[in-house]
Design a protein around this ligand. Structure first.
Ligand SMILES: C[S@@+](CC[C@H](N)C(=O)[O-])C[C@H]1O[C@@H](n2cnc3c(N)ncnc32)[C@H](O)[C@@H]1O
Length: 353
């Protein structure tokens, strides 16, 4: 893997199935120089450009300008037009960058914040597993919820390894490539839901909606359309998201309740929490897990990039405290999944569905 941020993102985008982003990043690598405001800022980037997601700040800003009709030379090469040559993109960027400098600068000021609805296709089978085992309604608590789109996951239509579930009439349709047996066929009945984010996004705000859409890679049209549908549904019924640090909130809000399965969950978020917060969340779960009774089971469902080896897929893991008087909680590795939820390798053996 190269250490040049634009080349590195180009390689990564190719692996994640975005040939347009691959070429755009290579073209940006050539077109950004000291002659444009954006080029000067990128070349003198004060921090770690990779850790700061500097490239995605630039590409998100450009996509927003294209979507708003403010970068016509680029727009003629962006999807749904055919995949352009890198040289054509470079030429259009050289024309565009000097003109859109001022509009692009705010995009460089902060990191991208996304909310990937495709991840519901990984979290949902985890919840179905819990529902199948407990037969109980679920209370959902999400950490790092962003706009809360995955907190509304029972509102979406799914095909999970041939198993159709969820609200089948939903405009948000989620059908990951599936390997392994289907998940347990249990209805997910959510009686309570609440999320937290250090910077919650307001799904009813049109500017926030456009910002979220701008960070989706423009040739991944299914993702764009699904996000549009999920945003429209969430704007009509906004999920409750508190503004707080994940650990403060977990300690304050999370307690089991008789007659329900209480589920703490998160996707591609834990790595962004401060180390101390991560440790406090784990300690709180262990603490309340020890005291939980058989009628108030507690679960911690984690879809996180925790494999530790380069190229390995994120995992879906479940810790279950179900009121056994002695011993440790059950720990299970339920699935491996693409970071956007497009592929799921389900690992549990088939149970009697
Ligand atoms: C990569 S996004 C993932 C969002 C969402 N879970 C998803 O899968 O689409 C990570 C989220 O974690 C949030 N976050 C970062 N640090 C946090 C903290 N200390 N407490 C709560 N949320 C935090 C960010 O604001 C961001 O919305």
């Amino acid at each position: 893997m190269t250490t040049r941020p634009f080349e590195r993102q180009a390689q990564w985008s190719a692996r994640l199935g975005s040939p347009f982003m691959q070429r755009l990043c290579l073209a940006l690598d050539r077109a950004l120089d000291m002659s444009s405001e954006t080029g000067r800022r990128v070349m003198g980037w004060p921090g770690d450009p990779v850790a700061d997601a500097m490239v995605l700040r630039v590409t998100g800003g450009l996509n927003a300008l294209v979507r708003a009709g403010k970068a016509p030379a680029l727009a003629s090469l962006y999807p749904p037009n055919p995949l352009p040559e890198t040289a054509a993109l470079e030429a259009a960027l050289r024309k565009t960058l000097p003109v859109v400098g001022a509009a692009l600068q705010p995009w460089l000021d902060g990191p991208p914040q996304t909310n990937e609805v495709g991840r519901s296709g990984v979290l949902m089978p985890g919840l179905m597993t819990i529902a199948a085992r407990t037969g109980l309604p679920l209370r959902l608590f999400e950490l790092g919820a962003s706009a809360g789109l995955n907190l509304r996951l029972d509102d979406y239509a799914y095909d999970l390894g041939g198993l159709r579930t969820g609200r089948t009439a939903s405009a948000v349709r989620i059908q990951p490539e599936w390997e392994g047996p289907p998940p347990p066929n249990a209805k997910v009945n959510v009686t309570e839901r609440r999320g937290v984010d250090i910077n919650p996004l307001d799904v009813t705000d049109p500017a926030t909606q456009q910002r979220l859409l701008a960070y989706v890679w423009p040739d991944q049209t299914a993702r764009v359309e699904r996000l549009e549908a999920a945003l429209a549904a969430a704007a009509a019924d906004p999920p409750p998201i508190d503004r707080a640090d994940a650990a403060d909130w977990t300690e304050r809000c999370l307690l089991p309740l008789d007659g329900t399965a209480t589920v703490l969950f998160h996707s591609i978020a834990f790595q962004y929490f401060p180390r101390a917060s991560q440790q406090r969340i784990a300690a709180h779960m262990r603490g309340i897990g020890k005291r939980t009774g058989a009628f108030a089971p507690l679960f911690w469902l984690r879809y996180e990039d925790d494999a530790g080896s380069p190229g390995a897929l994120p995992t879906l893991r479940l810790t279950s405290w179900s009121g056994r008087p002695e011993g440790d909680p059950d720990e299970e590795h339920l699935a491996d999944a693409h970071p956007h939820g497009t592929q799921v390798r389900w690992r549990l053996p088939q149970t009697g569905n």
